[in-house]
Design a protein around this ligand. Structure first.
Ligand SMILES: *[C@@H]1O[C@H](CO)[C@@H](O)[C@H](O)[C@H]1NC(C)=O
Ligand SMILES: *[C@@H]1O[C@H](CO)[C@@H](O)[C@H](O)[C@H]1NC(C)=O
Ligand SMILES: *[C@@H]1O[C@H](CO)[C@@H](O)[C@H](O)[C@H]1NC(C)=O
Ligand SMILES: *[C@@H]1O[C@H](CO)[C@@H](O)[C@H](O)[C@H]1NC(C)=O
Length: 477
């Protein structure tokens, strides 16, 4: 899971130069999209400061200057922008129907939009990474695009963190943004507005729903690993069983295996689509069912049988291609389509203080209560700072009483998937007619933004129709 990247990066070297290969983008971009860069201000609140090249893609193929459609503006999240272009085909599909221009804008400090080149992730250069700076970059870009393209209306799109940004973009720059589609956007996943244990309980319930005995196996694997933290006689066998890239030599290395496992089981839940996909790593259709199948016939009292099975289950995520030579427990996502995740680690330590916990009674990941003090300490070690816990509540209306904020917001669709654990921190109920929210029962994380597929659950078509109708209403009344 994204939050655990924090732990991984404790082990990675900080402020290291990032090579162009590492920063370069991954993922396939469909024809019609051309890449440009835009001179954005490193500090949008001090225009005397330096500029840097912000990457974006634009597709004007469907647009007709004589009958100009809107601009669909995709707010990039914590990955190279190509990763989003290749996993949100519905936007292009709808643009075709509505003669829209499509713009995919990268988020600063991700992909190739690096304000300080290969020194971008040095801790002293990180302070310009925040949602408000990213939104301001895009406001500036949109102002320029509108000047070129007849001042047409702009619809913001985004999913996950990018979905939060698309909603916040509409709230912040309603002069530029006519409406926003926010898919699987956890705008309420903050202190005081979410139960920190709900996310992992939800993940666990998803495993139970595909294979009732599965969570017990995963829970016992976590128990066995916990019992090995201090048992150095088992370290070699753990290293061999999990084929770790780095030796298992310290209790922390056992902890990295635990995080590596938890990360895979969580991410598979997000991308539990009924067809093969490739958001971070290539996955088969119904990855949870495939992962749980590795526990069939396993003796739950046999430590090494269970640990071997749990490794195989996790490898449905990390090694579906069969090309992995070892398990990178230090930085599990390093060779995935999300690229370098130092920026995400910093966001979790600054503006996005997501409270995650786990309790044994509801979660297969065992007891790991949410601990703000530990997060503060980790963040201080990593980045020399502690999180701004109330960032979202002070600036973007995350509140115990969401009605207070959201009834004054307008023209936002919050779309959620009934299989998505993030929904515990999302807006799932409408506020009036202008902030519309729904949960598409059979859908996983950000699934509405993907190209329609024959295997889609039936309520996804209705979800996409709601989005289209809302956009038409915002444009035409
Ligand atoms: C980092 O950038 C500097 C200046 O452009 C360059 O000289 C150096 O080779 C780069 N280092 C890496 C690892 O790419
Ligand atoms: C977190 O939320 C709790 C409950 O609303 C509140 O008592 C506490 O002060 C908050 N913590 C911080 C650091 O704001
Ligand atoms: C370490 O593990 C071995 C094998 O599982 C077991 O025999 C031994 O008692 C354990 N040692 C401790 C200190 O738990
Ligand atoms: C990845 O899968 C291949 C093929 O099944 C296997 O040979 C290899 O050992 C796996 N790698 C790891 C690190 O598990």
């Amino acid at each position: 899971m994204w939050s655990f990247i924090l732990n991984f990066l404790v082990a990675s070297s900080l402020g290291l130069e990032v090579s162009p290969e590492e920063a370069s983008a991954v993922g396939a971009v469909p024809p019609g999209y051309a890449q440009f860069t835009f001179a954005a201000y490193i500090d949008n609140w001090d225009y005397s400061y330096y500029q840097y090249p912000l990457r974006y893609y634009i597709n004007t193929y469907y647009w007709n200057a004589n009958q100009p459609g809107p601009i669909f503006f995709f707010c990039g999240g914590s990955a190279p922008i190509e990763t989003f272009i290749s996993t949100t085909g519905y936007i292009d599909y709808l643009a075709q129907q509505m003669q829209a221009i499509v713009v995919y804008a990268e988020h600063r400090y991700f992909g190739g939009s690096l304000p300080f080149g290969n020194k971008t992730y040095a801790p002293y250069n990180m302070k310009y990474l925040s949602p408000h700076q990213a939104l301001a970059d895009w406001a500036y870009l949109i102002t320029n695009l509108k000047a070129i393209y007849q001042n047409v209306p702009v619809i913001a799109w985004g999913g996950g963190y990018g979905g939060m940004l698309s909603a916040w973009m509409r709230m912040t720059y309603s002069n530029l943004i006519d409406g926003a589609i926010a898919s699987s956007a956890p705008v309420l996943y903050f202190n005081g507005t979410v139960d920190p244990n709900a996310f992992n309980a939800f993940v666990t319930s998803q495993y139970a729903s595909v294979a009732p005995e599965c969570p017990a196996y995963i829970a016992s694997a976590f128990d066995y690993l916990e019992s090995f933290y201090l048992n150095t006689t088992e370290y070699t066998r753990l290293q061999d069983t999990f084929e770790t890239c780095n030796p298992v030599a310290e209790p922390e290395d056992v902890g990295l295996i635990v995080n590596w496992l938890q990360n895979s089981f969580t991410d598979m839940t997000l991308y539990n689509y009924p067809y093969p996909s490739n958001t971070i790593f290539p996955l088969p259709a119904n990855p949870l069912t495939v992962a749980c199948s590795y526990f069939n016939g396993v003796d739950i009292t046999n430590v090494w049988e269970v640990l071997t099975a749990v490794r195989n289950a996790a490898n449905v995520y990390y090694n579906y291609t069969g090309l992995n030579s070892c398990s990178n427990t230090y930085n599990p996502l390093s060779n995935g389509n999300f690229g370098n995740q130092q920026g995400w680690s910093y966001l979790l330590c600054s503006s996005l203080n997501f409270p995650f916990g786990s309790i044994k009674t509801t979660s297969m990941f065992g007891d790991e209560p949410f601990d703000q003090v530990a997060i503060n300490n980790d963040c201080f070690t990593l980045w020399g700072r502690t999180p701004q816990i109330n960032y979202a509540s002070q600036w973007y209306g995350a509140s115990n009483n969401p009605a207070q904020t959201w009834q004054y917001a307008s023209n936002i669709v919050f779309s959620n998937g009934g299989l998505d654990p993030w929904q515990v921190g999302c807006i799932t109920k409408s506020f009036g007619t202008s902030v519309v929210a729904f949960v598409a029962k059979g859908a996983a994380f950000m699934m509405d933004l993907r190209l329609p597929n024959a295997a889609d659950p039936s309520d996804l078509a209705a979800a996409r129709a709601t989005e289209k109708t809302a956009i038409q209403y915002w444009l035409n009344g």
